[in-house]
Design a protein around this ligand. Sequence first.
Ligand code: DON
Length: 304
Amino acid sequence: MPDVSLLEEVVADATPLLGQGKVANYIPELSKVDGRKLGIAVCSSDGGVVGAGDFQEQFSIQSISKVFSLVQAMTLYGEAEVWSRVGKEPSGNAFNSLVQLEHECGVPRNPFINAGALVISDLLQSRLSTPKHRMLELVRELSGNSQIFSDKAVAQSEYQHMARNAAIAYLMKSFGNFHNDVDQVLQTYFTHCAVRMSCADLARAFYFLSNKGVGLDGKRVLPEKQNRQVNALLATSGLYDGAGEFAYRVGMPGKSGVGGGIIAVVPGEMSVCVWAPELDENGNSLAGIAMLEMLGKRLGRSIF
Ligand code: DON
């Protein structure tokens, strides 16, 4: 377990990177976030959380929600039902790209690009009567924080700028790989992306990924085998077109969001969350990756 002073050092050493990235502005509501925020939190095997910087401030989790959605789909459906609808390969393209879908019969490369997450949301819509509420229940339960909500203004802003996600969903529907009403699923997906959590909340919530599928409260979230599979997918596709560079520099399964958060896992040891809203060209937090790289180096941790 790293001590607070090490985490404070990581935040201080990442501070000079501020100004080098760009806060996401394709969702107007997200562009209002202060780009100078920096936070890090670590949750280790004794269940304790240590953090530094803005680690207690809640932010828009965005694509990090795709991991929670996948976990729900894996518990609601059999293996073949999930993986016939979405692949397990890195895309090598931007997170919101449409190009592969046309050539690949409307089956997205993986569950973490937008197309894949939309298929997963479609699966959830088919099985859950209130998928938006179920997501909140799950994140509250996993993090032990009942004060987690979805930001209506952010979800609304995404809805108003839905063209690309709607195009992706309709293209998949034309191939028969999208079963519900597109508008309804988009609303669920945007509501999930607009959930606000802090680094501390997220480090706690993803503790199960570092603990063979068992959460902080001792309850099993995923069977051990599926937990390993989720970590494998995070390692290969969690940072989109930046997944290779992330594996090279950080060496941990991880998932980013355009809100500037990244969660990362050291199996058997700890879950980490960093937050820095300015993004690199792949839509991943620039200072966030640097903080995880520093943490891994200073603790001598990598899965490779
Ligand atoms: O659908 C979108 O574009 C956003 N709600 C989520 C994208 C995202 O977080 C990609 N992450 N780096």
